[in-house]
Design a protein around this ligand. Structure first.
Ligand code: C2E
Ligand code: MG
Ligand code: MG
Ligand code: MG
Length: 279
């Protein structure tokens, strides 16, 4: 009887695995097709505003979106992870970065003055030997003014490869690109390490911003981060700002820029232009 159950359990388990694997493979095939055809893949743009009283538009972040007729909207957290595991991340990243450059060119041709767009880099993309060549090629192909593209990376991408990372970051800076450390505070964030990296910007992770006003420790952490960033001459961005109370705490601690649902959600390109870009 026990043996029987064991066998049944095993069968059930292996069936679930199959279903899971099947879904995974179906998603991989669908993503591959989306990359090849460009269908269903798009970018939303979220505004970053000055935190002070002017609340001027300073830049925007490009956020990938994928809609599939059967799978529906797939979160970028999921499809980026899928792409990373299945060898699709490089073609996907190339496709997204090209879409950003083409969009900037489109806006400029329409007489608009786009602010810089931040592109999220995946680890494999960051470590490609020809990343800099790819970016330079995009600048040339789309005739973009220097500084219109900027990049976001995470600490985990740079682990154990600090010296090589410094080299890549310097090359990005030489292209005139701003470079932000994304999700700051969630990685291992050694301060001595941070100060050796030629980055321009720290984006404080949403999890810290959401705790503002909820516990006193969170404001102490914010003060420590802004104090340190000030000393290192880094621009500080607060991610995921949702409430007026959070905004006030951020203003009090002299955060430079805010990004979040309070001031603007990720928005399709045309809507973004109509809402935020000036002629
Ligand atoms: P991220 O780079 O940290 O992007 C910020 C995320 O926070 C976005 O989620 C954005 O929609 C969300 N967000 C912004 N403001 C608020 C707010 O006030 N409240 C809340 N709850 N959320 C807010 P999204 O678009 O789902 O993207 C998730 C992650 O997927 C990104 O995190 C980034 O790591 C990755 N990702 C998105 N697009 C790309 C891409 O083109 N390439 C790569 N490599 N990764 C991407
Ligand atoms: Mg980001
Ligand atoms: Mg982030
Ligand atoms: Mg993130």
């Amino acid at each position: 009887r026990a043996k029987q159950e064991g066998r049944n359990t095993y069968r059930l388990y292996s069936m679930q695995l199959d279903a899971h694997e099947h879904r995974w493979l179906a998603m991989e095939t669908a993503l591959r097709n989306a990359i090849d055809s460009g269908e269903g893949l798009s970018l939303h743009y979220q505004p970053l505003f000055a935190c002070g009283s002017t609340q001027q538009l300073i830049s925007m972040e490009a956020l990938a979106r994928w809609h599939h007729p059967e799978l529906g909207h797939v979160s970028p957290v999921d499809f980026i992870a899928l792409a990373e595991r299945s060898g699709l991340i490089l073609p996907l990243s190339q496709c997204l970065m090209t879409m950003v450059a083409a969009q900037l060119r489109h806006w400029i041709d329409a007489g608009l003055s786009p602010v810089p767009v931040a592109v999220n880099l995946s680890a494999q993309q960051f470590w490609q030997h020809d990343l800099i060549v790819q970016i330079r090629t995009l600048y040339e192909k789309y005739q973009l003014p220097a500084g219109l593209l900027s990049f976001e990376l995470t600490e985990s991408m740079l682990l154990d490869k600090q010296q090589q990372a410094i080299k890549v970051l310097q090359e990005l800076r030489q292209l005139g690109c701003q470079v932000a450390m994304d999700d700051f505070g969630t990685g291992y964030s050694s301060l001595s390490y941070l100060h050796q990296l030629p980055i321009t910007t720290l984006k404080i992770d949403r999890s810290f911003i959401q705790q503002l006003g909820e516990n006193e420790g969170s404001e102490a952490i914010l003060a420590a981060i802004t104090g340190m960033a000030n000393g290192l001459k880094l621009t500080v961005v607060a991610e995921g700002v949702e409430t007026q109370a959070q905004l006030e705490a951020l203003q009090k601690h002299h955060v430079d820029l805010i990004q979040g649902y309070l001031t603007g959600r990720p928005t399709p390109a045309d809507d973004f232009a109509a809402l935020y870009l000036i002629k």
